[in-house]
Design a protein. Structure first.
Length: 501
């Protein structure tokens, strides 16, 4: 898990286009628990919309906004449903709606700011959904809606407790469950214990102890040997006690990074200090090596020792809304943010061919009716990006399938072609179009003018090892239509590649 603060360092954020007057708002060796300088660490870090891409500094805990349960907007209505309908004739007006509420929301959308509303924490334990959290002033409010045509991503919403003005955040991520890998894929064996010139064990170091990777809690499954004996290789069934010494050849059953195996003393005298405190664990261990062992599972059959490895390459995006402000004519404030745990470490200019990325988008919308009515709420959509690497070094795409309030909003938002920087960042202009059943164009979307422009920006992510394509992208955007406006964030994952020779 990785932690970092998004409000304290604006240079770590990239934002969606327009400035807001008040924003307020990710392991040493083969596997470690903390990172620095944007290295992978198994947790996500928030990034603001538009502007310069954020480079997260991971410190061992991940932080971020956290949705849970069913989300609700600032008026208390379920997320994904229309917040209110202002009908000009007095019909179907929500209890807290005012004739200017949608106008105030549109102003917040069109003046959207940058940055997450606090420290964002993202993790995904075994067999569970993603955990997304903010600081202690926030509580889980529900699951956030995701476009049904997308996979991998999940969302949560949070509300700020004790705030003078209602404040809600929506956060999305594609962090995946931990993977089970063979022990030697994660921890190269570096010690020969039987002089056959083949390394078959891992030497235990102080760094392993600091990372709490050494545990002595149980015997290997299927191991029927007795406890401490006078045999050549006596076996401990769980070591406890401080400042204990053992002779060469002594063995202790245990686990290293979750894998079963045997700790063996390979020095004349080996020391071990077990504090007996589960919060501290084993604080000193010298002269020992760990040999991973296969074991017989509960259902029979031999199983290789494996290590559970957390996802260290994932994206996140989100937005938050504060308001209304009774001292400012009911004004709302909105910001968007996006980021990833592993900014693209390669050079896009060294790649060739094309890649397609897909994923969800979400944000706030306001839609105006022909009869003078207006509706507002949370929308979902699908985003598609097409990257052309090599000499072109451009990216373009857009959003489709806009839905909000349980209906099709009838919009399409294109991302104009723009250059990809050597850092993997990109930004450009959006253009909105509205569905018209009477329109004779090829796709049915009417584009009536040059005023329906907004902005988008984002960044590519992935380790870029061995010339690999970026694994995903995330960013933020704004958009205008003949009958409305939107602001939000998006996240994608690699779908299709076409390499050139």
């Amino acid at each position: 898990m990785i932690r970092f603060s998004l409000l304290s360092t604006t240079a770590l954020m990239f934002c969606a286009a327009l400035a807001l007057s008040a924003c307020g708002g990710g392991s040493g060796g083969p596997k470690t628990a903390s990172n620095t300088g944007g290295q992978p660490s198994g947790s996500a870090v928030g990034q603001g919309g538009g502007g310069n891409p954020q480079t997260p500094g991971n410190t061992g805990t991940r932080t971020g906004d956290s949705p849970a349960g069913q989300s609700s907007d600032t008026s208390g209505n379920p997320v994904g449903q229309t917040d209110s309908l202002v009908s000009g004739t007095g019909d179907a007006v929500s209890e807290d709606a005012t004739p200017t509420r949608e106008a105030a929301l549109r102003h917040a959308i069109e003046t959207v700011g940058t940055g997450a509303p606090g420290t964002l924490t993202i993790s995904r334990p075994d067999g569970s959904k993603a955990d997304i959290w903010l600081d202690a002033s926030w509580r889980a409010a529900g699951s956030a809606p995701v476009a049904p045509t997308t996979i991998r991503y999940s969302g949560q919403s949070l509300t700020r407790t004790g705030a003078a003005r209602p404040t809600t955040a929506w956060v999305y991520t594609d962090i995946q469950p931990p993977r089970a890998l063979d022990f030697t894929e994660v921890w190269p064996l570096d010690t020969d214990t039987d002089a056959d010139q083949q390394n078959d064990a891992l030497g235990i170091t102080a760094a392993h102890l600091r990372e709490r990777l050494v545990t002595h809690v149980s015997r290997l499954p299927g191991d029927t040997r007795e406890g401490d004996t006078d045999s050549v290789n006596p076996v401990d069934r769980g070591v406890s006690g401080e400042d204990r010494d053992f002779d060469r050849g002594h063995e202790i059953d245990g686990r290293f990074d979750g894998a079963y195996g045997i700790y063996s003393c390979v020095a004349e005298t080996c020391s071990l200090n077990d504090s007996g405190d589960p919060r501290k664990g084993i604080t000193a261990m010298a002269g020992w090596v760990f040999t991973p062992k296969s074991y017989t599972g509960a259902g029979g059959g031999s199983r290789k020792p494996q290590v559970s490895v957390p996802d260290t390459d994932y994206r996140w995006f989100g937005f938050w809304l504060r308001g209304p402000d009774p001292l400012d004519d009911g004004a709302y404030e909105m910001t968007t943010f996006a980021g990833g745990s592993q900014p693209f470490a390669g050079d896009p200019r060294a790649l060739s061919g094309r890649a397609t990325y897909e994923g969800p988008a979400a944000g706030q919308y306001v839609k105006e009716g022909a009869d003078g009515s207006a509706s507002a709420g949370v929308f979902t959509a699908k985003v598609t990006l097409h990257a052309d690497f090599g000499s072109s070094q451009t990216i373009h795409g857009g959003l489709s399938g806009f839905r909000g309030g349980g209906r099709d909003l009838g919009w399409s938002l294109s991302f104009g072609s723009t250059s990809i920087a050597s850092s993997g960042g990109f930004s450009g202009r959006t253009h909105g179009a509205t569905w018209d059943s009477t329109y004779k164009g090829t796709d049915g979307y009417r584009d009536e003018g040059q005023d329906n422009h907004g902005r988008f920006s984002g960044r590519l992510y992935g380790d870029g090892a061995d010339g690999a394509y970026p694994t995903g992208a995330a960013g933020t955007f704004t958009g205008k239509f003949d009958d409305g406006a939107v602001a939000g964030g998006f996240g994608t994952y690699l779908m299709v590649t076409q390499r050139k020779n």
